[in-house]
Design a protein around this ligand. Structure first.
Ligand code: KG4
Ligand code: ZN
Length: 338
């Protein structure tokens, strides 16, 4: 079974072909970073226009290179949400139009659930009970699942998402956009212990997060140093912030994994590209009882292979074919991992 995937929820235009839910036949991502960089963040209107211009040529190129004919495609999966409405509409519209023209079912996929599916594209199997952490530019979510059919949200951020906090701290430090990789680069030369930044909600006893406090602490610190006429020690502050954010993420994930006796612990989302987070989480889950699944960096950030892969799984379960399923910028978690 071959599923074509389309991803346009934010600032990456992506297409992929996945066989049997596990084998990536082709995957292409066209990033819009250069278009948004002058504005210091993703501009929704620019994102939708860029998807519109890029999506069809990208799809043509992928199909030609992969040597896959349209008759071989069994379904079209596309991100329904959550995401930017204008951006989502481009992918949903093309996905449904193609499905109609090619006579195959359309499959609307939840972008966040697809982030948790990504490790399955690298030979991994999700075993239950499972605990998942999704950390991206728009979301920070802890999830627990007993089976594919039952997954519930344990907690999430009360304010900024983790990636958003990285992006805002990068902007406060003048490190540019996108902020996550810039903070990580700067932090390499920094001393994470020089400035003790807060670890919000570390001991809150629940699975919620808050990142705006640590971001504000960075702001006050930078303002104080500037008032004193000193040069801002960018590397040390970046390292201090990264250490604080990573510590809270890993601590809550560990706590959830223990409480729910998770057999697999899955991480997904763009922030999982972060080397310090990957290292810390690997240290925290070194014991063989809990299998840690972290995708390779390119499968952590937005891509269409995870959409096509989860689409395959949905089709196998008898789903798909919902022509009325529209783009939904606030698409909720619903039930299960599908
Ligand atoms: O999942 P993703 O690609 O897109 C969304 O669905 O949001 O995540 C993008 C987020 C951005 O906030 C970006 O700054 C962050 O992931 N990010 C990182 C790193 N690479 C990307 N954050 C920390 N360290 C990184 N190396
Ligand atoms: Zn994402």
């Amino acid at each position: 079974m071959i599923v074509l995937g389309i991803e346009t929820s934010c600032d990456e235009t992506a297409v992929a072909l996945v066989k049997d839910g596990t084998e990536i036949l082709a995957s292409m991502v066209s990033t819009q970073l250069d278009l948004h960089r002058p504005f210091g963040g993703v501009v929704p209107e620019i994102a939708s226009r860029a998807h519109l211009e890029t999506l069809i040529p990208l799809l043509r190129e992928m199909l030609e290179n992969a040597g896959v004919k349209r008759e071989e495609v069994d379904a079209i999966a596309f991100t329904r949400g959550p995401g930017l409405i204008g951006a989502l509409l481009v992918g949903v519209s093309l996905g449904k139009a193609l499905a109609y023209a090619w006579g195959v079912p359309p499959i609307g996929v939840n972008h966040l659930k697809a982030h948790l599916y990504a490790p399955c594209l690298e030979g991994n199997i999700l075993k239950f009970p499972l605990v998942g952490l999704i950390v991206s530019g728009g979301h920070t979510l802890l999830v627990e699942a007993d089976s594919w059919d039952s997954a519930r949200i344990l907690g999430g951020t009360r304010d900024d998402a983790a990636g958003e906090a990285f992006d805002k701290v990068a902007s406060l430090l003048g490190l540019g956009f996108p902020g996550g990789p810039a903070v990580e680069r700067a932090a390499r030369d920094g001393d994470p212990g020089r400035f003790q930044l807060p670890r919000p909600m570390l001991k809150s006893g629940d699975y919620d997060f808050s990142f705006s406090g640590v971001k504000t602490a960075v702001r006050y610190l930078v303002e104080r140093i500037e008032r004193e006429g000193q040069p801002v020690p960018t590397a040390d502050i970046a390292a201090g912030f990264q250490a604080a954010a990573v510590e809270v993420l890993v601590a809550k994930l560990k706590c959830a994994a223990e409480s729910f006796r998770a057999r697999t612990v899955v991480l997904g989302g763009g922030v999982v590209r972060n080397g310090e987070l990957r290292r810390r989480v690997q240290e925290a889950f070194a014991s063989p009882e809990q299998e840690l699944l972290i995708s390779s960096p390119d499968l952590c950030s937005d891509n269409a292979a995870m959409i096509a892969g989860l689409g395959c799984r949905i089709l196998e379960e008898g789903g798909g074919g919902e022509w009325g399923a529209d783009a939904d910028p606030n698409l909720g978690w619903g039930v299960g991992l599908f």
